[in-house]
Ligand binder design. Sequence first.
Ligand SMILES: Nc1ncnc2c1ncn2[C@@H]1O[C@H](COP(=O)(O)OP(=O)(O)OP(=O)(O)O)[C@@H](O)[C@H]1O
Length: 970
Amino acid sequence: MEGTLTARDKVGVQDFVLLDAHTSEAAFVDNLRKRFKENLIYTYIGTLLVSVNPYQELGIYTVSQMELYQGVNFFELPPHVYALADNAYRMMCSELNNHFILISGESGAGKTEASKKILQYYAVTCPMTESLQVARDRLLLSNPVLEAFGNAKTLRNDNSSRFGKYMDIQFDLQGIPVGGHIISYLIEKSRVVYQNQGERNFHIFYQLLAGGEADHLASLGLERDPQLYKYLSQGHCAKESSLNDKNEWKTVSNAFSVIDFTEADLENLFGIIASVLHLGNICFQEDDQGCATVPDTHEIKWIAKVICPLTPDLSAYARDAMAKAVYGRTFTWLVNKINCSLVNKDDTKKTVIGLLDIYGFEVFDKNGFEQFCINYCNEKLQQLLIERTLKAEQAEYEMEGIEWEPIQYFNNKIICDLVEERHKGIISILDEECIRPGPATDVSFLEKLEDRVGRHAHFQTRKLAGPKGQKRIGWSEFQLLHYAGEVTYCTKGFLEKNNDLLYRHLKEVLCRSDNSILRECFLVAELESRRRPPTVGTQFKNSLSSLLEILISKEPSYIRCIKPNATKEPSKFDDFLIRHQIKYLGLMEHLRVRRAGFAYRRKYEHFLQRYKSLCPDTWPHWHGPPGEGVERLVTYIGYGPEEYKLGKTKIFIRFPRTLFATEDAFEFSKHQLATKLEAHWRGVLARKEVQRRRWAVQIIRRFVKGFIHRDEPLGPDNEEYIVFVRKNYILNLRYHVPKNVLDKSWLRPPGILENASDLLRGMCLRNLVRKYCRGVTAERRALMQEKVVASEIFRGKKEGYADSLNQPFANSRIDEGDIHPKVLQLISSEKVEYGVPVIKYDRKGFKARQRQLVLTREAAYVVDVAKVKQKIEFSELKGVSTSSLSDGLLVIHVSPEDHKQKGDAVLQCEHVFEAVTKLVMLVKKDVVSVVQGSLQFSIGPGREGTIVFHTGPEEQIYKDKNGQLRVVSG
Ligand SMILES: Nc1ncnc2c1ncn2[C@@H]1O[C@H](COP(=O)(O)OP(=O)(O)OP(=O)(O)O)[C@@H](O)[C@H]1O
């Protein structure tokens, strides 16, 4: 009814309690069918879960499904076994109490699957520590081992559990699964020696033969073919296609290693399994005295020597009894051994959830001792259920302060007593008959029953029933009127099965076996004891009574499994079969009990939260106590006083129709509300849109106005715009500042920001320069100073200057070693500052000679290989001339009156910019003139020459007819 369910989840009712026709079995079946057709296999009766076996994978057990159900209110989501498991777990964690989940149903209804799903749910969703993973794995892996030894293929179920199982999962206070304990009930031993047509023995026999290593089988004296063994082949289906024995063997072997079985354990265990198979193959022949002999002792050597004065029939009986006893007790040993590995040695407080996977009510055409025990077990569990359910129901009414109305139900204690009462009950009578001296038979047992319990209202025989019973009850039968209906039992085999006798000397042999498991199973003390061992019936009664003791102290949850058809087909819903199970599972009775009080109850908070929109006082919020809110709400929607009751924390609604009406109103109001909300929301959106547009228009208008007045002084018309533009420009500038001194780019500023931009640009440049300067070495700085000087002299004046910029100046163009030592001697100053090869033109014929220009701190020398040709003291230097063209010519002028000198030095140098700059820096004066056209120079005192500069197709220097020096550059 609640939660965010999809339409699919709402097929029929999710809780039978909400069925209006709750007494109608037809309505019950209808609801089940409707849901089953939609693959909705789970339905609740209150907190009881009804599950119909889908016989197909439905994809509803994924990890995401587990996560979905984790920690969610039980009724919030569609019914699921996970919801039930989670609910028990949450309650256990919060209230620190113990729980059990009882899973019942007939063979093949899905009990074992349900219990596995619950175990997996806990394994995945419970918190876990690394050290406790082993405990979790052991809990999970105990299953395949128990199934191998305790399950078999039957006509009803290919993997039928042939024993009842109760498993405690122990949790520590953090809710981590830390250990477990298993109790098994009534393993079907008869299957070891006999199987019906189409059925098999326990899986483990076939798994061993199919999957065991060849060596292993050889050491056990076994062949791979199961047909060779009488105990495996009577059902004629040893090789069942739906079962993969070989794979299962691997799973079981792996599980054994995880749950602590040693090599020796396994050797002994499989030794027993093999012995049982060999035992089954022993045949007996009659000898002359009518005693049994064993014609083929091949098998015997694998077991022991048997010499026995019995008839062949009795021998075969003894053989089978031995096989059954050995297997049955080994199974018990196995369960104990698994328990040792599941035990949690830490003795801090634990809480438990018990899983009880037990046979449901069985009603066959022929019902024997087994059905009698199983149905007795179900009577006991039904009693527990009724008591616990009613108790819980009535406790809840009391706790909530609701007027309590006694609920009428059938108390089946009377049937339990009929079966189990000491000295008076059927089991006691059977035991008496088993031990009394003299010939006791199944018939004498029946007569005794008639005599002792014949007047009981729930007991009937053919003789007691008179003519009425003739059709229904046979002469060797008795009938019990169980809570779930009549069942007729045939007394044949009751005595033998109840006695379950094993010849004493066989027990003796087994006590002395080399196999340590057998020695544990057959204790010498048992032989020595003079007391008769309890019969099967009494043992079962005692174990049931212990089970009930375990269960009574725990909080119950129930799962009732239903088998939809007898042919294991998906989607087939067999009405007849299902009605039968509804009856025997006591579902109608359970529903009636649940409905006797109030159909529906919910905490005030939850109820209010869901339905508050139905009343203006509680919508959208109720601020008072929730109980008062609920009262206001139900009064407003018109609940009559007989329809509900208000408890301390919950509202109780008597009839489903009241709740349905409320739910319908809620659905309707939800639509209305949705429409209203939608309209309201659209209005809000539209208003928002209008406001947004209006705002945008205003912004744009102000922006345009600002733009128009952008160049005016700051004022109301442009302030916003300018602030915006300024901010925008500055923010943008961040990404466009030049990265180095040579980068001349700059973000163009808006008109209003030109000044600021210039200032910023200056700052930025200074900053870059400073940064650059800091990174410059002394050597490089000196070179750059020279370049600066060169720039002052030549920039914009002489051709080729720009190209020279990126050619670094050298410290000297000749090595000191290249200058003749004699020359060096003649040079007065100690150090040559700079030297460069030059061509010197003489004054007469302007002849060109290879020379070097050598500069010291005081003078310039023109030298040849070994001689100083001319020395010009800087003090006498009058100036330096170059042309504006790219001819490399330079003239060092000397004083015209200086008679020591031969006139000005006319030189041509490849590195004219460099040489002139070095000279100027040494002279420390601006002495250079860059001339255009021509220049005058002194040839000697009182005599002058002219040099004319121009450009031409070919570079050359020559004396023209006027005696002038012509310098042509390219
Ligand atoms: N929830 C489920 N989803 C899919 N298949 C299922 C489900 N439950 C049961 N089955 C199918 O039905 C078969 C029988 O189920 P299961 O063995 O649990 O029955 P059971 O009630 O334990 O029978 P028995 O009393 O004979 O042991 C399973 O092997 C499986 O194929």
